[in-house]
Design a protein around this ligand. Structure first.
Ligand SMILES: Nc1ncnc2c1ncn2[C@@H]1O[C@H](COP(=O)(O)OP(=O)(O)O)[C@@H](O)[C@H]1O
Ligand SMILES: O=C(CO)[C@H](O)[C@H](O)COP(=O)(O)O
Length: 551
């Protein structure tokens, strides 16, 4: 379909596999969510910095949530299915059975998660090669990408995993394979996490130089030698087995997938902004930055020509919006950091009890508590002497330094609820300062950004949203559908069904502006000062480490 026509009763299913849970939605042609379901997924941390999951557990969760959202629907109306997922590494043997990625030999745990930092030595060696593919990941490969993890498997689990492995998938590609039996990879995963180039393909010299020449020898069959653009229809759609598992008809169209952050980007970045008083109304789509905030935050900016931003991943061609280059800034832990700070505080049990008594989630409770304890000035001013540096899991962007640690300055002896609430506020602010730091790096390299489009679990937190507006000085657009990542996944399904002629057309019809949050200009001076302190924190941290590593 094209030309603005809407066919009644045409639905798409989007499935989003985040770090902590799997979500599914039934979505109509105008991007409205008609049904939603979610289910938690298992995670293991057998050692510090080792994070693992199970592809069977995740597939079972995808099936359970999909069955729920299509309940009571005439299945003939479901036109397409799209998956997005975290960029975790799935390992299968030659018969497509799970292989262990751990010393314990537990083959249930066959996924090295994206936030796993076990491959530190491997990524250092990869970066030391200074190979030209590194130009397209911000100048420096991240330990969270797939090449270092593959090298770790080769060096550490040779017999139990590496020699037996037949297939290494990015999690989004594993899901589309499981659904259709088609092992083609999405251009999104391969370009963003595996060093594939949209125009030149694989670079043999890179894999040979880093010690993974095995892939070249077998023509990349284990990591993908058929590549499709996100949204392309895969094979004959759902296989009979997958259709039974998911509760959908055999042959339902299935799309080549996207990484979760990229699906969030599709779900928000193309919305029609007319009538909201936004400066980006008269500007090209490249003035918009999609920020997908869940366990981590990802900052997705697009451009017509490639822009090389030191410490910011990309430029990646056609990895999110077809025909555009993508730069992806990121913070490895944001939601996870807030949870960590709050749950680790002595007053956490009291917070839980009080929030439960009021039938509120802990963050809604904390936000109202901050409102209660604020004095004459706005809430944000409660942290005048409390500052946080948020890199508790290293810095992804723009410093690309995985050795950086978290910092807090301004601690007191009190451990009460006020103290917890203010520490939570300072953490939220630190994450927003991190976003400002990334935006400044992108702008210095040539991006021109005026408006933020937020989605993901943290965008449900009004304090997080307001702090992003105040600290960046930019308006924040929230979508009509809170679960915009699922709208992105459904857009893929809609493209695979053939109901739209392009991803751009589907984006324009299915993503919608909900609420706009403007910055409080009168607070700018205060946040500028706090930003100065923020930048000092990392400078000082580097000085401390130089002192300690000196003689
Ligand atoms: N209503 C809410 N208010 C505040 N924070 C929330 C809310 N819902 C989710 N979050 C936070 O969002 C984060 C998870 O976001 P989500 O997008 O679900 O993550 P992922 O995709 O990584 O699984 C968690 O840190 C959680 O605390
Ligand atoms: O690297 C990423 C995207 O390129 C994401 O950080 C990763 O996929 C995890 O996402 P989330 O925080 O939504 O679970």
């Amino acid at each position: 379909m094209s030309g603005g026509e809407q066919e009644p009763g045409r639905y798409y299913v989007g499935v989003d596999v985040g770090t902590g849970s799997v979500r599914a939605a039934l979505v109509d042609q105008s991007g409205v969510l008609l049904a939603f379901a979610d289910q938690a997924i298992k995670q293991w941390e057998p050692q510090f910095n080792h994070h693992e999951q199970s592809s069977e557990d995740i597939w079972a969760a995808c099936c359970a949530v999909t069955k729920k959202v299509v309940q009571g629907i005439d299945l003939k109306q479901i036109r397409g299915l799209g998956f997005d997922a975290t960029c975790s590494l799935v390992v299968l043997d030659k018969q497509f059975r799970p292989l262990p990625v751990n010393h314990e030999g537990d083959s249930r745990r066959n996924i090295i998660m994206w936030l796993d930092h076990r491959a530190v030595s491997q990524v250092h060696r990869i970066n030391e090669t200074k190979h030209s593919v590194l130009q397209y990941v911000g100048g420096m490969m991240s330990v969270e990408m797939q090449a270092p993890k593959l090298l770790w498997l080769k060096e550490n689990l040779r017999e139990t995993c590496w020699d037996k492995a037949g297939h290494f998938f990015d999690l989004p590609d594993f899901l589309s394979w499981k659904a259709t039996g088609v092992a083609a990879r999405s251009l999104c995963s391969l370009v963003c996490k595996w060093t594939y180039s949209a125009d030149k393909g694989w670079d043999d010299s890179f894999w040979k130089m880093v010690g993974l020449e095995d892939f070249v020898a077998d023509n990349y069959s284990k990591i993908g030698n058929q590549v499709l653009p996100p949204g392309a229809s895969l094979g004959n759609g759902l296989t009979p087995e997958a259709a039974k598992d998911l509760g959908l008809p055999t042959g339902t169209a299935v799309a080549a997938s996207l990484i979760d952050a990229h699906a969030g980007g599709l779900g928000v970045i193309g919305a029609d902004v007319r009538g909201h008083g936004l400066v980006c109304e008269g500007q090209p789509v490249t003035s918009r930055l999609a920020v997908i905030c869940g366990t981590s935050s990802c900052h997705m900016g697009i451009s017509k020509d490639p822009i090389f931003v030191p410490g910011v991943w990309g430029p990646y061609f056609s990895a999110m919006v077809p025909g555009f280059w993508l730069n992806e800034g990121g913070q490895s832990v944001t939601g996870k950091l807030i949870d960590h700070m709050v749950q680790g505080h002595a007053a956490f049990p009291e917070l839980q009890a009080k929030a439960t008594a009021r039938c509120q989630n802990i963050y809604a409770y904390l936000n109202s508590h901050l409102d209660l304890i604020k004095k004459a000035r706005p809430v944000g001013f409660l942290t005048v002497d409390l500052h946080v540096w948020p890199d508790f899991h290293g810095n992804r962007s723009p410093l690309a330094d995985l050795t950086l640690k978290g910092m807090v300055t301004g601690l007191k002896l009190s451990q009460d609820l006020d103290d917890l609430a203010i520490l939570y506020l300072a953490t939220v602010q630190a994450i927003a300062f991190g976003t400002r730091f990334i935006i400044e790096a992108m702008e210095a390299a040539g991006h021109s950004i005026s408006t933020l489009f937020l989605c993901g679990g943290l965008s449900k937190n009004p304090l997080f949203v307001q702090m992003h507006a105040d600290i960046t000085g930019m308006p924040v657009v929230l979508s009509q559908e809170v679960e915009s990542v699922l709208v992105g996944a459904a857009i893929l399904g809609a493209c695979a069904s053939g109901d739209f002629t392009s991803v751009q057309e589907a984006m324009a019809k299915m993503s919608k502006v909900g609420k706009v949050v403007f910055p409080r200009r009168e607070d700018k001076k205060y946040y500028d000062k706090k930003y100065q302190v923020f930048l000092k924190l990392v400078e000082h941290q580097k000085e401390y480490s130089a002192i300690m590593s000196g003689d």
